[in-house]
Design a protein around this ligand. Structure first.
Ligand code: SF4
Length: 468
């Protein structure tokens, strides 16, 4: 059974929106969680050294995605949702200086260059993002071993006795779901039978109530803080490509523009002027992500800018936008993301960027259509339009960094989501291609896509752009 097939469409909102750090959900957030899970088991064991093999896509682009740093932090018990950015920034240097790390309450020797090994050509049996952790005693004998997979969006699975088991999905604590569904067609059927909206079904399945609202508000707040921090930060992004941050300067220019009169395409009177702000919000988030700062994985880090950008668009440009509308937006987006994850993938290493930016765009389109009062059919149509027109999008990050094409691609994905929602809302919900068909097409396209276009940085822009 594939890992994706084990996940139900009812994956919780908290699973789809994880608070983490950049630059990658599959290459940073997932490995950090996996390393922390492994380290937990070492309590009381005579561990003197821990080694990590990063296989497949983790081996290919792990350096650019800072997977080694994530593993070092995870082994020391840090988690992506709580680790301080200063700790993250200093982790490699501090470890190299000390020559050791603290694992499960004891100091173990650690050589940054030797104890994290990148193996791009090694493919573990269940997923392209594989990790093997081995704990050794003083004599070099193995005392524990764990094989984990980072399956996209920060999700982690473990291989146990030849089976693979999801180990960190949020368990439901409120009994069985009232409205289980496996795909968008079944979701629409429930909506029609019960007279419910997609967000109402999603809320009911997710336990509803204050706990859900509190989490949605936390996600919302974290997204806002990320946009605002990204709009302030200046300088060059880390990693060696010397990509300058653009958001702060763009924000200055847009604020100046919005206080001036004029009628050219650059003036705030231009009907498309709002798009400039949407672009800004997405750039700001993805620059923060590329800098390894706090972001919401939505549904991945590489695509983390789309859902916040469309949410800020909703709040800033839609008259009557409300906090409830923002919650509706987020819970609907999560529901659509869960359907995509269950039936295809949200991992660039599995299906290319159509699974990351395509999924985020589809989720945002659905969320916006729902927040604007769309019917379930219109909401499903919005998600479908955004997904259909992301099909075939490859993942080819230059230098293995989540910068080019990722940062701009989020801006494009956000604008696409808004356009998809608007197109759907001007219709009556009837459309030719069901969302499930677009998702299945994405899955097949990803399956057929050459490995070099799936987060390996061995094709596309990654080999055609000259690094300077
Ligand atoms: S190209 Fe797309 S899938 Fe690949 S790292 Fe960038 S955002 Fe993620």
């Amino acid at each position: 059974m594939s890992i994706a097939a084990q996940l139900s469409s009812s994956t919780r909102t908290a699973d789809m929106f994880k608070i983490g750090i950049g630059p990658s959900s599959s290459h940073t957030v997932g490995p950090m969680r996996a390393a922390a899970l492994f380290a937990e088991r070492l309590d009381g064991l005579p561990v003197a050294r821990v080694t990590t093999r990063l296989c497949g896509s983790l081996g290919a682009t792990g350096r650019g995605h800072m997977t080694d740093r994530a593993v070092i932090l995870g082994l020391q018990g840090y988690l992506p949702q709580t680790v301080e950015s200063e700790v993250v920034a200093d982790a490699l240097r501090v470890t190299a200086d000390r020559g050791s790390i603290d694992v499960a309450g004891r100091e173990v020797r650690f050589d940054v260059d030797l104890d994290v090994v990148f193996e791009p050509r090694t493919l573990l049996p269940f997923h392209v993002n594989g990790m093997v952790f081995t704990a050794l005693d003083d004599a070099g004998s193995e005392v524990a071993r764990g094989t984990f997979y980072s399956t996209g969006g920060g999700f982690v699975s473990e291989e146990r006795d030849g089976e693979v088991v999801a180990v960190d999905a949020q368990p439901r604590d409120s009994g069985p779901e009232p409205y289980p569904y496996r795909n968008a067609a079944e979701l629409l059927e429930i909506c029609a039978q019960e007279g419910l909206s997609i967000s109402e079904v999603a809320r009911a399945n997710d336990g509803g109530g204050d706990a859900l609202d509190d989490y949605l508000d936390l996600v919302h707040r974290t997204m806002d803080e990320c946009i605002d921090a990204g709009c302030e930060a200046t300088g060059v992004l880390p990693g060696g490509l010397n990509v300058p941050r653009r958001a702060a300067a763009l924000r200055e220019r847009l604020m100046t523009r919005d206080h001036e009169s004029g009628s050219s395409w650059r003036s705030h009177n231009d009907p498309m002027a709002g798009i400039d702000w949407v672009n800004l919000y997405a750039l700001a988030v993805n620059e923060q992500n590329a800098a390894g700062q706090r972001v919401v994985t939505a549904p991945t880090n590489g695509a983390a800018g789309i859902i916040p950008a469309v949410l800020r668009y909703y709040e800033r440009f839609i008259p009557g936008a409300s906090r409830d509308g923002a919650r509706t937006y987020l819970v609907t987006a999560a529901a659509i993301g869960a359907v995509i994850k269950a039936n295809a993938s949200i991992a660039g290493a599995e299906v290319g960027c159509q699974g990351e930016v395509g999924s985020a765009s589809s989720m945002a389109a659905a969320g916006l259509a729902e927040a604007l009062g769309g019917t379930p059919l219109q909401v499903e149509n919005a998600a479908e339009i955004a997904m259909e027109h992301s099909l075939g999008l490859t993942c080819d990050p230059v230098a293995g960094l989540v910068q080019i094409p990722c940062i701009e691609r989020n801006a494009i994905g956000a604008v696409k989501a808004i356009n998809a929602a608007r197109m759907a809302l001007w219709g009556d919900g009837r459309h030719y291609v069901p969302l499930d068909t677009a998702i299945e097409t994405m899955r097949q396209t990803g399956h057929d896509m050459l490995t070099k276009y799936k987060e390996t940085s061995e094709g596309g822009l990654a080999v055609n752009v000259i690094e300077c």
